[in-house]
Design a protein around this ligand. Structure first.
Ligand code: AMP
Ligand code: GLY
Length: 427
């Protein structure tokens, strides 16, 4: 089979790495990809939201399946686009249609979905500009810190957690009255703050049956001890020590099953992955957010922990028989550490030459922001440059190998967090 992966990050390199191991794949294409994906498949210079160019490539390269890495094309309706174009309508696209993608594309839609289907989440209300006074009244009912969420996609920056009422009022004003996040903050969700520890749960579904993949925990802040600005993610581990069988059973019964049933009940066709951001509040799971794709860098630990052929899972999703797919998780733990460009997540330079001292041992390097320069050398091409993944008997053992290899990779300005997993020791 010919498979096209859309995206260019560490997640997409992990997709390509895992799919390259499948005997069912004869050729992989990645659009636009990075220097790492070019080692396992053919990169196509096409942007993920250029649906007409994607269609052309699908026809030209006889693509049998399209796998969508990031949320943008899903929210923009790539699945609906394929279904409404006769010459590509039979090519399965892994990911939900425009309606299902609202679970990530609209916080208000996601919250009302959870409320409607009895899925545990923080108490909330949604407000528009015209309801500013009511929004302040609701804020007054809550205890600090406050949680304000722009309804739409805001490049991961749309959630604010002000500590004081005065600060919350100011931010609310900026979001609703001055469109701080553009159209995304024309509506704002205000919700109760949940105190606990977060984790990510991944579900592969054909809309009826599902597989719960290995769970993971990611580290989003740039600084050690979870300080400083938010990033796309600085590292991850899997499994998550506190997500024991009893906890995961609650996740399954209270969250995963009602989510799948809710989609069916609402008539939303969903074939793809659901990434559920959860808060463990004193042993009970609450949904913080839905994403309609895999996570990055979580995929860099989740896929290495899947022993089954990923293509079997993707075909199960596409052919609506995921219930028959044989699924095995690897018992080993996995960890990943993200090497980033100096300055990230603010301004940073690109084009720094990447070199390795000696050999990478006992680890897999997934490229994120990398490219090849005119001389064919690997250079930095983004904030998050490379994710170093390793297996171990537990996450600490895996991390030791990640760090040992992270030291061998060089580029000017290289930075990484040396404390991934630190909070698990504090539990
Ligand atoms: P989101 O974009 O919805 O994932 O929110 C970004 C981050 O804000 C989450 O990863 C949490 O750390 C935090 N967050 C969101 N909602 C809440 C909440 N209700 N209570 C506590 N923290 C939250
Ligand atoms: N690591 C968080 C995300 O992929 O959204």
């Amino acid at each position: 089979m010919h498979v096209l992966i859309l995206g260019s990050g560490g997640r997409e390199h992990a997709y390509a790495w895992k799919l390259a191991q499948s005997p069912k794949i004869s050729k992989l294409f990645i659009a636009p990809g990075n220097a790492g994906t070019s080692l396992v498949g053919e990169n196509l210079p096409i942007q993920v939201n250029d649906f007409d160019a994607i269609k052309k490539a699908v026809l030209e390269h006889h693509i049998d399946m399209v796998v969508v890495g990031p949320e943008d094309p899903l929210v923009n309706g790539i699945v609906d686009y394929f279904l409404s174009n006769d010459d590509i309508s039979e090519v399965p696209v892994i990911g939900p249609g425009r309606e299902g993608a609202k679970l990530e594309g609209s916080k208000d839609f996601a919250k009302s979905f959870m409320a409607r289907h009895g899925i545990p989440t923080a108490r909330y209300r949604t407000f528009t500009k015209a309801q500013f006074t009511q929004a302040l009244d609701f804020l007054n009912e809550l205890e600090p810190p406050y949680v304000l969420k722009a309804d739409g996609l805001a490049a991961g920056k749309g959630v604010l957690i002000p500590e004081t009422f005065a600060h919350a009022e100011m931010e609310l004003q900026a979001m609703l009255m001055n469109e701080k996040f553009g159209a995304a903050s024309q509506k704002v969700v205000i919700e109760e703050f949940l105190k606990g520890i977060e984790l990510s749960v991944f579900v592969a579904t054909d809309g009826k049956d599902y597989i719960i993949l290995p769970e993971a925990k990611d580290y989003k802040r740039i600084g050690e001890g979870d300080t400083g600005l938010n990033t796309g993610g600085m590292g991850a581990i899997s499994p998550v020590p506190f997500a024991d069988d009893a906890f995961m059973q609650k996740v399954k019964e209270r969250i995963v099953e009602p989510t799948i049933k809710g989609l069916q009940h609402d008539g939303i066709e969903y074939r793809g992955f659901i990434f559920i951001g959860l808060m463990n509040v004193a042993g009970d799971p609450y949904v913080i957010e839905y994403n309609v794709r895999m996570g990055d860098p979580e995929t860099e630990v989740v896929f290495p922990r899947i022993q089954s052929d990923l293509m079997d899972i993707l075909q199960g999703i596409a052919n609506k028989n995921i219930g028959q797919v044989k699924y095995h998780a690897d018992e080993r733990a996995a960890a990943t550490v993200m090497l980033v460009s100096g300055g990230y997540p603010e301004a940073y330079e690109k084009g720094k030459i990447i070199s390795v001292d000696g050999e990478i041992e006992d680890a897999v390097v997934f490229h994120a922001g990398t490219a090849l320069n005119e001389d064919g050398q690997e250079v930095t091409n983004g904030g998050r440059v490379m994710a170093v993944t390793a297996y171990g008997s537990d996450y600490k053992d895996a991390l030791k190998k990640c760090y040992k290899n992270a030291e061998k990779i060089n580029f000017e300005g290289k930075y990484y967090r040396k404390d991934i997993g630190f909070d698990l020791d504090l539990l």
